[in-house]
Design a protein around this ligand. Structure first.
Ligand code: ATR
Length: 274
């Protein structure tokens, strides 16, 4: 029987992970199956153990179970420890359950490799201070930006995150209105505002000349944040579709030790979005 993999979430019907991983497997000649699993909300641990108990090799974990997966993992990668959440579980040779978080690598690889950008020496602004942002901060800081500011509606949450990562680099925190008069070379939107078609209340003129903007969300239509960015004169706007495929590729690499080619998969998903 092929090695079994799955993505667990609730809801899960919309997940693109089965299509992505199945394409990766075909591309690389890996003999595996990958399916979407709807997990009940109150018993992640039992269901994950049942999956691994039945011979499952690896599990991707999505909303709302990333914290449960972090708690379930017996061994956490350094980046997962920092992220405070896990999106990739696997059984090790020692039969222990390993937890990793590939979201930060997915984001940074999309900006660096797919768009040819850089974070090094840039003034970076991250919007939001929830789990999505916590998951990527350490990997952003590893690129050595000139500065990193976290802006959030609830300033105290931004400050808590900034303090938590202060041992890696200087990280500042503020509310949206306090951004007025500052300039940034790269803005990454990690708020859940886009999900509701909302835009954080950002002051005008905070983009430096040619600044890039990245929305961790994506959709068939341009996101409200990216529309704002374009109207503010951004040099480039990017959405989270590439991040989705790159985080999947990193999970695939953790599991199978081969790197799939992400470009055709991103292009095909983009075409399907319409
Ligand atoms: P996730 O795990 O997806 O990051 P979360 O932990 O609920 O979800 O965090 C959501 C983030 O989006 C938070 O930073 C939230 O701001 P608050 O901390 O002030 O709640 C932000 N957010 C959600 N809706 C928003 C909106 N309409 N405008 C601005 N920020 C918003």
């Amino acid at each position: 029987m092929s090695d079994q993999y799955a993505v667990a979430g609730n809801p899960i019907g919309h997940s693109k992970s089965p299509a992505i991983h199945t394409t990766f497997a075909e591309q690389t000649g890996q003999d595996l199956s990958y399916e979407a699993k709807l997990f009940e909300l109150d018993s992640f641990s039992e269901q994950a153990h049942a999956f691994f108990g039945a011979g499952g090799k690896g599990l991707n974990v999505t909303v709302p179970f990333k914290l449960d997966a972090w708690q379930l993992a017996e061994v956490l990668s350094k980046r997962a420890q920092r992220a405070g959440s896990v999106n990739t579980l696997m059984v090790g040779k020692d039969d222990k359950i390993y937890g990793d978080n590939t979201d930060g690598v997915g984001l940074v690889r999309d900006i660096l490799q797919n768009y040819g950008g850089t974070l090094a020496k840039k003034r970076v602004l991250v919007l939001g201070a929830g789990g999505a942002v916590r998951g990527v901060l350490a990997i952003i800081l590893a690129e050595k930006p000139k500065s990193l500011m976290i802006a959030n509606r609830t300033v105290a949450k931004a400050q808590t995150l900034a303090d938590e990562f202060a041992d890696l680099a200087k990280v500042s925190a503020c509310g949206f209105e306090a951004l007025a008069g500052q300039k940034f070379d790269l803005i990454i939107n990690g708020t859940a505002a886009s999900l509701q078609g909302d835009l954080p209340p950002l002051p005008d003129e905070i983009l430096a000349e040619g600044a890039w903007c990245y929305d961790m969300m994506y959709g068939a239509e341009e996101t409200v944040f990216n529309r704002w960015a374009r109207q503010q004169g951004a040099g480039k706007t990017m959405d989270g579709l590439g991040m989705l495929v790159e985080q999947a590729a990193e999970s695939f690499f953790m599991w199978r030790h081969v790197r799939p080619d992400t470009a055709p998969v991103i292009a095909s998903l983009r075409a399907q979005l319409g």
